[in-house]
Design a protein around this ligand. Structure first.
Ligand code: UD1
Length: 423
């Protein structure tokens, strides 16, 4: 097991290249199930979650190989199984993304039910109802969902809440269905749009990407493509906030500023100086103490839940009182108790955290409970006086490519330390 020892109080300076987006790479890997042949995916981030998805595709009979250029070659021609086993789904909920493509491509899928996770119950009922509406027969047994359909047929599917992976799953399924599928109240996240564009390149007929209504007219066959993963907007937001926590000035390269409108606005209101240098570059600077702002997480284009924990660190140090309201996941305040250990003044009332800014945090050992909580604790460690030791690094490794190396290259002081596992 590893933990991260952070020596706080060093401001940041330099530039950081943003990696390809995890949440775009995973559905794109799932989309390789829709066509037979050789795909080439560029800018796939090197992350635990991506490795798990690759293992899952290999279990299904694929061959995956990293090129010297870093591109990932996925040969889907050996597809021989339709089962996503519990060992892999348990490790990563996004494994359910194979459900739609497997059903559409093979006519059947057997996928373990993911169960709850640290940030809430996170059901998959929208995914299942959508497939049923498209004519699939579903059976739940022994912790698995088994889906069968000779050929899915187009349907009108309305989501009570715009779900990212349900929109992706059903959009992929609809590409090979007969007739037209309409997804209403669909998710509009940039990763959903990017997946749709990849599917269009593969030969799919999709209209309305980025809007609440996405229409897909099924085709008989799709073809493999060479495709580049979009930059990770959550990683970008995290490094913008790292400057908010540590101070200094950073240039973030290979990003898409327009994917972060709500976040940039909020951070400017909090007092960070942010300049868009060009279509792929953002410069961020902290001058003096930040101001408190209220934050409410919402589906895109609102403020992302995946940056809620990180902005809480800034508010914990800002001058004033801030209310942070989480509307997407019911249990996403696990980081609050850890921030309190560092001296933050935070109270939880229902779905809101009331954060009273303090003048400084003090280093202490803390434990990450989920992916974004781990990033939040690293930011807190950058700001805190003295040494902060972050445990639970398996969470950080799932979603941030070389975060410690990137931050150290910009002046942060931290190192990974191996520790003995105790039972
Ligand atoms: C995706 C992202 C995750 C992000 C989340 C919200 C990936 C791989 N993960 O997760 O990083 O935090 O979007 O932006 O892209 N819901 C249901 N039934 C369903 C599906 C969802 O009730 O069948 C609810 C969820 O409990 C939640 C809301 O819908 O309250 C939105 O969740 P959803 O967008 O589905 O999250 P994920 O796709 O799992």
């Amino acid at each position: 097991m590893e933990q991260l020892e952070i020596q706080g109080g060093h401001s940041l300076k330099g530039s950081i290249r943003i990696s390809g987006a995890k949440n775009a790479a995973l559905p794109m890997l799932a989309a390789t199930l829709l066509a037979q042949g050789a795909f080439r995916l560029r800018d796939v981030p090197c992350l635990e979650d991506v490795n798990i998805f690759i293992r899952l595709l290999e279990e299904l009979g694929f061959k995956c190989k990293k090129e010297e250029t870093g591109a990932l070659l996925v040969d889907s021609s050996g597809l021989s199984s339709h089962e996503a086993p519990y060992e892999l789904v348990r490790m990563m909920r996004a494994s359910v993304l194979v459900l739609g493509p497997l059903t559409a491509g093979l006519g059947r899928a057997k996928v373990a039910l993911p169960g709850g996770c640290a940030i809430g119950a996170r059901p998959i009922d929208f995914h299942l109802k959508g497939l049923e509406l498209m004519g699939a027969k579903l059976k739940l047994r022994e912790g698995y969902v088994e889906v069968r359909a000779r050929r899915l047929s187009g349907a009108r599917i309305y989501f009570d809440i715009p779900s990212v992976t349900a929109t992706e799953n059903l959009m992929m399924a609809a590409c090979l269905a007969s007739g037209v599928t309409t997804l209403e109240n669909a998710a509009r996240e940039p990763e959903v749009v990017a997946l749709g564009q990849m599917l269009q390149q593969m030969g799919a007929h999709i209209k309305g990407l980025g809007s609440e209504t996405v229409k897909i007219e099924g085709v008989r066959q799709l073809s493999p493509v060479d495709w580049k993963i979009i930059p990770d907007r959550i990683e970008t937001g995290t490094y913008l906030m790292a400057v908010g926590a540590a101070g200094g000035k950073l240039v973030l390269e290979n990003t898409v500023p327009s994917h972060l409108d709500a976040v940039l606005e909020k951070l400017k209101n909090a007092g960070l100086v942010i300049d868009i240098l060009d279509e792929t570059t953002i410069r961020v600077k902290r001058r003096g103490r930040l101001k408190s702002v209220d934050v409410k997480t919402l589906p895109y284009p609102g403020f992302p839940t995946d940056l809620q924990a990180q902005i809480m660190v800034l508010m914990a140090l800002a001058g004033g009182l801030s209310v942070i309201t989480e509307t997407i996941f019911e249990n996403r305040f696990m980081h609050v108790a850890e921030l309190r250990r560092l001296g933050a003044d935070i109270r939880i009332e229902g779905r809101s955290a009331i954060v009273r800014g303090v003048s400084s945090l003090a280093g202490a050992p803390v434990m990450a409970t989920d992916l974004r909580a781990s990033a939040c604790l690293v930011l807190a460690g950058l700001a805190a006086k003295g040494k902060t030791v972050v445990g639970g690094l398996n969470h950080l490794n799932r979603g941030y490519e070389n975060m410690d190396e990137k931050l150290c290259s910009a002046g942060a002081v931290m190192k990974r330390v191996k520790i003995e596992e105790t039972v």
